[in-house]
Each structure stands twice: as structure tokens, then as C-alpha cells.
Design a protein. Structure first.
Length: 178
């Protein structure tokens, strides 16, 4: 082989190497382009999902605005009684302030639902006998002072003397979880 043939052979090998390198570069560029397009489409999809979630959130906020307003108005009334002792103490203070004659009073804590925020209630069975007007005014004061309490039983009967009334009352006061 003479020098001329050797130089041509080296040039052919060099050209083949260059073609192989260009082919590999083209393949890696196509692969990067495909990856880039897939990442771009995923990003656009995620952006659309984000916008959809934002629209749903605004819709939910507008639908629940009244409920959240009512919740914020009533929350202080529920938060004020976290334990049985606090609720009992408040009822006894109201009895003392109303100057009403209690015949009997019994308090019992009952479980309503373990998984809810209001899981327990204080059930108070109270019996009073006093002046009709004073007793009913005291009942109104109870409802005004503790608006979260529920009156489950209220039986009024004639009292032993003149204008007296006998009132059997059962109330439930919700106790919040800590």
C-alpha cells in the first residue's frame, strides 16, 4: 500500500467515525427533545390541574361562606365549656344569680360520638319549685347565657303554693375536645 492509499483509508475511517458521532449526537438530541416535550406536557397538565383545583377551591369557599360565618359566630359559645366542671359551675352560678329554689340537681357526662369535635355532653337533670314568673325568667336567662345548651325536657306543673310552679328540666351542654 502506498501513502496515497493509506491516507484515503485513514480519511475513510475518520469520516466513518464522524458519521457515527453525528448519528449518536442526533439520537441523543432526539431523546433530549422527547424528554423535554414530555416534561413540558406534564408541566402544562400540572398547571391545568392547579388552575382547576383553584377554581374548585374558590367555588367551595363561596358555597360555604355562610356556614363559616355561622361557625365563627357560634364557636365562642361552644369553646367556653371544655370540661364538665366548667359547665356545672356555670349552671350553679346561674341558679345562684337567679335566686331560684332548686329541689334537686344531678349532672352526668355522656358520650355522643368519639370521632366528632363535640364528643361528649353534660346532661343536667334539674328540678325547681319557685314563683312562676321568676322560674320562667330564669329559664330565659339560661337560654340567653348558654345558647349552645339544648333543652331536652321541660315539664311545668302547678306548685305546692299559690303562684309557684314546679319545673323539671333536662339540659345538654356540649363539651368540646381539647
Amino acid at each position: 500500500m502506498n501513502n496515497h492509499k493509506s491516507a484515503c483509508f485513514v480519511l475513510l475511517i475518520f469520516i466513518a467515525g464522524m458519521l457515527y458521532g453525528v448519528s449518536q449526537l442526533r439520537n441523543s438530541t432526539a431523546s433530549a427533545r422527547t424528554t423535554s416535550e414530555s416534561a413540558r406536557s406534564e408541566a402544562e397538565s400540572a398547571e391545568q390541574q392547579s388552575q382547576l383545583a383553584e377554581i374548585q377551591m374558590k367555588s367551595l369557599e363561596s358555597k360555604t361562606a355562610d356556614l363559616r360565618r355561622i361557625y365563627s359566630e357560634w364557636e365562642p359559645h361552644f369553646v367556653s365549656f371544655g370540661t364538665q366542671h366548667e359547665a356545672e359551675r356555670r349552671i350553679l352560678e346561674l341558679i345562684r344569680e337567679g335566686d331560684i329554689l332548686p329541689i334537686s340537681r344531678q349532672f352526668d357526662q355522656r358520650e355522643v360520638d368519639k370521632n366528632e369535635r363535640i364528643s361528649e355532653v353534660l346532661v343536667g337533670d334539674l328540678v325547681f319549685e319557685d314563683d312562676y314568673v321568676k322560674t320562667l325568667n330564669w329559664l330565659g336567662k339560661l337560654e340567653q347565657t348558654i345558647p349552645a345548651c339544648r333543652i331536652t325536657k321541660c315539664v311545668l306543673t302547678r306548685g305546692d303554693r299559690g303562684n309557684n310552679v314546679n319545673m323539671e328540666l333536662q339540659i345538654q351542654i356540649p363539651l368540646l375536645k381539647s
